[in-house]
Design a protein around this ligand. Structure first.
Ligand SMILES: [Zn+2]
Length: 169
C-alpha cells in the first residue's frame, strides 16, 4: 500500500547502484585477497623515518637474513641505506651487529656469523598497490614489495630490488 509505494523505487535504485559499484569492488577485493593483510599503522610507518633504535634493530635483522655469507662493505651499506638515509645510523647498525657478534668485519668485507630466518617470499614479503618509489633505486612503482621483519618492515621495493636487498639474486 502506502509503504509498498514508498519502498519499491528506493530498493530498485539501490540495487542499480550496488550493481555498478559491485563489479569494481569485487575486482579490487580479489587483488587484496592474494596479498597478506596489512594494517594501516605499518603503512604510515614507512612514510616517516622510524625511531633510531628501531632502524638499528631493522638493520641488524637485515644483516642476519641476507643470503650471502660475505658482503663487501659498500654493498652492505647500500642495503642498509634502504632503512636509513643517515650515515651515522648506518655506522651504528654495523657497530651494533659487530658488538652482538652478528657480523665480523674484516677490512672492507663483512661476514655474517648469525643466520636469521630465511626470507620466504610468500610469508615475509607483502605487496601493496599504490604509488611508491623504490627505496633502493628510486624507480616509481605501482606495486611496492615490503619485507617483514620482527621489528617492522622495509620497503617499498620493486620486484627485482627486493631480491637484491635480501641477496636472492
Ligand atoms: Zn628498485
Amino acid at each position: 500500500m502506502c509503504e509498498d509505494d514508498a519502498e519499491t523505487p528506493e530498493l530498485s535504485s539501490f540495487a542499480d547502484e550496488s550493481d555498478s559499484d559491485g563489479s569494481e569492488e569485487s575486482s579490487r577485493d580479489s587483488l587484496e585477497e592474494t596479498a597478506p593483510r596489512v594494517d594501516v599503522a605499518s603503512v604510515v610507518d614507512t612514510a616517516v623515518e622510524r625511531p633510531r633504535a628501531e632502524r638499528i634493530e631493522l638493520g641488524v635483522e637485515l644483516l642476519t637474513v641476507v643470503d650471502e655469507e660475505q658482503l663487501a662493505l659498500p654493498e652492505a651499506v647500500s642495503r642498509l641505506e634502504t632503512i636509513t638515509n643517515d650515515p651515522t645510523v648506518t655506522r651504528e647498525i654495523l657497530d651494533a651487529a659487530e658488538t652482538r657478534g652478528v657480523i665480523d668485519r674484516d677490512g672492507a668485507t663483512i661476514r655474517r656469523r648469525v643466520r636469521g630466518p630465511t626470507v620466504e617470499f610468500e610469508r615475509h614479503v607483502v605487496r601493496r598497490d599504490g604509488e611508491y618509489d623504490c627505496r633502493r633505486c628510486g624507480k616509481s612503482l605501482s606495486t611496492g614489495h615490503f619485507v617483514q621483519f620482527e621489528t617492522g618492515e622495509i620497503g617499498p621495493f620493486g620486484s627485482s630490488c627486493v631480491r637484491t636487498v635480501i641477496g636472492r639474486d
